[in-house]
Design a protein around this ligand. Structure first.
Ligand code: GTP
Length: 661
């Protein structure tokens, strides 16, 4: 009998863990700070050799944010007995603390389910003993937010089909469109599911019509479900089996595995999630990475059922995990092909590299913690291969890292995970998008850090380009005017305008990436009373009129606060930035001037007056000469500090700067 336990980390548990493992029990650990342990007898897992590719289905659940993917995944896990009903942990596959706190999925999660087709077994011929389970199903729950679409695209590589979940009341949203095309371009079979049909405002017929007009999906093929009440769920898995093709690999071919994802475990090193495309893998096998040529021994292999469950073997078409002594992301490369060391194979197609939309500096809040931050980033990037990391130095903040993210939410989640899972305290600099600048000598540079941009009389900047995106916005028609105004303020160019039904409009805009990364989505939500949905894909670089805006404190430029902005917006932005800084920097013993400047031209200025310490507090009585002497001494001290320019910048100053667009 399986039981799920959540235990706090303690040395007692560490001891217990090794004892359980020695006795052949299974202990799965999800992430630091929180242990979800599942103890199961060995006999509980079906024999994987009984599942040739024809009896395997790999599918993912894709949808717009909050349309019910994780809840539907919960119900399917319960239906197949993979987790207990009423396990007390809604959205079971959202395992990270950040996912539970924010109520969103940020990591794709795989779970293997064993399924008995009850209808089929009832009609089985008398005398024929049907196997315990008919099918092995691998389900991948994916994130919905646009910043995590890289997770979705990687998950789809392990699948042959996808459940496209759409909210029965909200209908098709921007992410539904994006996810449909991701799955469609990956040649997956798409099973449309209209979820939340229990809601009073549900209108499945309208949503069916949208699916037909936008994606040409047959209304008769649409499944109607409520992941909340359980209505219609019994039809989902039979439809998966009937309509989604089985994986096409061959068991007798040499082993080829696709490395889908990885995470760092303190005890086992890197745990890799893999899809076996051809052949089979056994514990003890020697495997090679196509990318690095390194050879590893398989110490442990198994499935996620739904926690790590050792099976000692994985066959063609199956998705599981392997532990092979890899220690870092340099070894565990997502998209890599793993094969038997003795055979040579054609590498699999792998994944497109992640496209970084936003860059920001990450520095330890306490300069002496650099090594700890380095180790934390190394471990976390194992679980988030889409972040790029390079060392950099700032005069204001010391040694740190320049990291590339897929968007601002992704950046925020990465910071939160660093703090929650690894206890790292970080300061991050103003996010920037990657620009291209051309100098008068014909050379071009890619600028991911505004501080690195310099200009001299002999090497002037003559041209610059900024990245743009094609944004899709879906809104009720009454908000069209407000959205058009917002997009034009953000330097947008309308590309498409169409009705998806009688009430909803789909608009496509080309927008500079810089204009959407900070607060575009918040503004869009607020002007449309939360009804707008938004998605974007990257597009080409466009020529632009850009300038570097420096922030100076007492005349000294603070490199970590420099930003690149459009010339027309520079003055307004400079004013907003200095006003924000004036509010968050504490008054000090000397006057502080806060300036925003473009080159040598100051475009905004604020002064933070000095805090005068009451040096006369201890002077009782009226000796005026003594009082004067003390005040003179104080003035002298202030001058000295002003000259040194030692302004204390609080951490919130960097956070506040991020909110200014
Ligand atoms: P992300 O992972 O953040 O993209 O969200 P998701 O698509 O996984 O949605 P999730 O399963 O987290 O559900 C979002 C909200 O909808 C939760 O509050 C669920 O309880 C609710 N919900 C999910 N399915 C149903 C349903 O069938 N009916 C109703 N009424 N609510 C549902």
């Amino acid at each position: 009998m399986a039981c799920v336990r959540q235990a706090s980390r303690s040395s007692r548990w560490r001891l217990l863990r090794s004892r359980f493992e020695d006795e052949g029990w299974i202990v799965g650990i999800q992430h630091r700070g929180c242990w979800y342990s599942r103890l199961a007898g060995k006999d509980e897992v079906a024999d994987l050799s009984e599942f040739p590719p024809e009896r395997i289905r790999n599918f993912s659940i894709i949808a717009h944010i909050d349309h019910g993917k994780s809840t539907l995944a919960d119900r399917l896990l319960e239906l197949t007995g993979t987790i207990k009903k009423g396990h007390g942990q809604p959205q079971y596959l959202d395992k990270l603390q950040v996912e539970r706190e924010r109520g969103i999925t940020v990591k794709a999660q795989t779970a293997t389910m064993f399924y008995k087709n009850v209808l089929k077994s009832n009609s089985a011929e008398a005398g024929v003993i049907s196997p315990k389970y008919d099918y092995l199903l691998n389900l991948i729950d994916t994130p919905g937010h646009v910043d995590f679409s890289y997770e979705v695209s990687r998950s789809l590589a392990a699948c042959q089909g996808a459940l496209l979940v759409v909210d029965a009341a909200q209908g098709v949203q921007a992410q539904t469109v994006a996810n449909f095309y991701l799955a469609f371009e990956s040649n997956l079979t798409i099973l449309p599911v209209i979820n939340k049909i229990d809601q009073p405002t549900a209108d499945p017929e309208r949503v069916k019509a949208q699916l037909k007009s936008l994606f040409d999906l047959n209304p008769d093929d649409v499944l109607l479900t409520s992941a909340k009440t359980g209505q219609g769920l019994e039809h989902v898995l039979p439809a998966v089996i009937e309509r989604i093709p089985s994986p096409s690999g061959k068991r007798d071919s040499p082993l080829r595995m696709l490395l889908l994802d990885s995470y760092y475990d303190e005890y086992k090193g890197v745990i890799c999630h893999v899809a076996v495309v051809d052949g089979c893998l056994h514990k003890g096998d020697k495997i090679t990475s196509s990318a690095t040529g390194q050879v590893y021994e398989i110490f442990d292999v198994g499935i996620m059922h739904p926690e790590l469950t050792p099976t000692g073997v994985l066959f063609t078409g199956q998705v599981g995990y392997v532990v092979s002594g890899m220690r870092s992301t340099k070894e565990a490369r997502v998209g890599d092909t793993l094969h038997h060391a003795k055979s040579s194979v054609e590498p699999l197609r792998g994944f497109k590299p992640a496209k970084h939309m936003v860059f920001s500096g990450l520095y330890p809040a306490d300069g002496s913690d650099f090594d700890a931050l380095n180790a934390a980033i190394e471990k976390l990037t194992c679980n988030d291969a889409s972040v790029s990391v390079a060392k950099e130095t700032s005069t204001a903040l010391g040694i740190g890292f320049r990291c590339g993210f897929l968007g601002l939410l992704h950046m925020d989640v990465f910071h939160q995970r660093l703090e929650q899972e690894y206890g790292a305290h970080v300061i991050s600099t103003v996010p920037t998008v990657p620009y291209i600048f051309e100098y008068s000598d014909g050379s071009k540079i890619n600028v991911q850090n505004p501080a690195a941009l310099s200009s001299s009389p002999g090497k002037r900047i003559v041209a610059c380009w900024e990245p743009s995106v094609i944004a899709t916005v879906i809104i009720p028609s009454e908000y069209v005017g407000a959205v058009i105004t917002l997009c034009s303020e953000r330097r947008g160019e309308q590309l498409e305008y169409s009705f998806i039904d009688s009430q909803r409009v789909l608009m496509k805009y080309r927008l500079p990436l810089r204009e959407i990364v900070v607060d575009f989505y918040d503004q869009l939500k607020s002007i449309t009373s939360g009804y707008a949905s938004f998605d974007y894909e990257d597009s080409e670089y466009q020529k632009s009129d850009l300038v570097k805006l420096d922030i100076l404190l007492n005349g000294q430029p603070v490199d970590a606060m420099a930003t690149i902005v459009h010339n027309l917006k520079a003055q307004r932005l400079g004013r907003e930035l200095v006003e924000k800084l004036k509010k968050v920097i504490d008054r000090q013993m000397f006057e502080i001037t806060i300036q925003a400047a473009i080159g040598s031209k100051v475009v905004a200025r604020e002064t933070l007056s000095a805090m005068r310490k009451n040096v006369l507090a201890k002077c009782y009585g009226g000796d005026i000469t003594r009082k004067k002497k003390l005040l003179e001494k104080q003035k002298e001290g202030k001058k000295r500090m002003k000259r040194v320019g030692s302004v204390d910048i609080p951490q919130e100053a960097f956070h506040e700067l991020m909110k200014v667009s």
